[in-house]
Write a protein that binds this ligand. Sequence first.
Ligand code: ATP
Length: 256
Amino acid sequence: MAEYLLEVEGVSKTFGGLRAVREVSLAVPAGSLTALIGPNGAGKTTLFSLMSGFQRPDTGRVRLGGRDITGQAPHLNARMGMGRTFQIVQPFAAQTVRENIAVGAHLHHANRREALASATAVAERVGLGPQLDKPASDLTVAGRKRLELARALATRPRLLLLDEVLAGLNPQEIAEMLPVVRAIREEGVTVLMIEHVMQAVMNLAEHVWVLAQGELIAEGPPQVVTRDPKVVEAYLGHGTAARLQRGMTAQAEVQA
Ligand SMILES: Nc1ncnc2c1ncn2[C@@H]1O[C@H](COP(=O)(O)OP(=O)(O)OP(=O)(O)O)[C@@H](O)[C@H]1O
């Protein structure tokens, strides 16, 4: 297996006059749980779209498992093992949770019964077991986020791109979601997450890339990156940075 599951090299995207992503290069190690952070409009979701084939980069290359997939259609990337969730969750509201998840499972199961059985197993992994027969429209925001995760997991990804799966959740729901994300990685799926909930990033990610105005301005372990003056200036602000550092210290003391 390639040391890096996903490699992005000098990727750029311009919309009209706006340079949304500028010459970004990054490499995601196989088996890792990493994060992409940065202010609103920094280009994070656009970068996900360039990685997953929803948009084609103007320049640069994207490789998955060493193979060039630049501009390759999303369904082909899904077949090669790339799963993605979306910031705005749009389930098939009238269908049940099981049927919604089965849509993803159909990638590997032509047979409907098998797809539904596989959906049941995936639902258990994300804690949606008790909701399987409910219409998706009955789910809370937290339930919909889990459903979005399950639909992507059902495609059996090697690489999972998570776009703000914690957005809109309350602190307790976030705390309940962290072990779900951690378990996905422990099952061998490489996870790259876009996330604004910094406490979760500090908790989960082993490596972080920071985008601002389309450019990569820093990368490294979260406790290092959140001290970086460029990151504090462009994204965190001094108050949040200080709180995060205090949080890390408290956590280190608990673990010691
Ligand atoms: N299809 C598009 N056409 C024109 N402009 C776009 C398009 N997609 C994104 N943009 C612009 O590109 C910039 C980057 O947007 P993007 O959604 O990638 O940022 P982001 O970092 O994901 O932000 P957020 O954290 O708010 O989701 C923004 O200025 C956005 O308005």
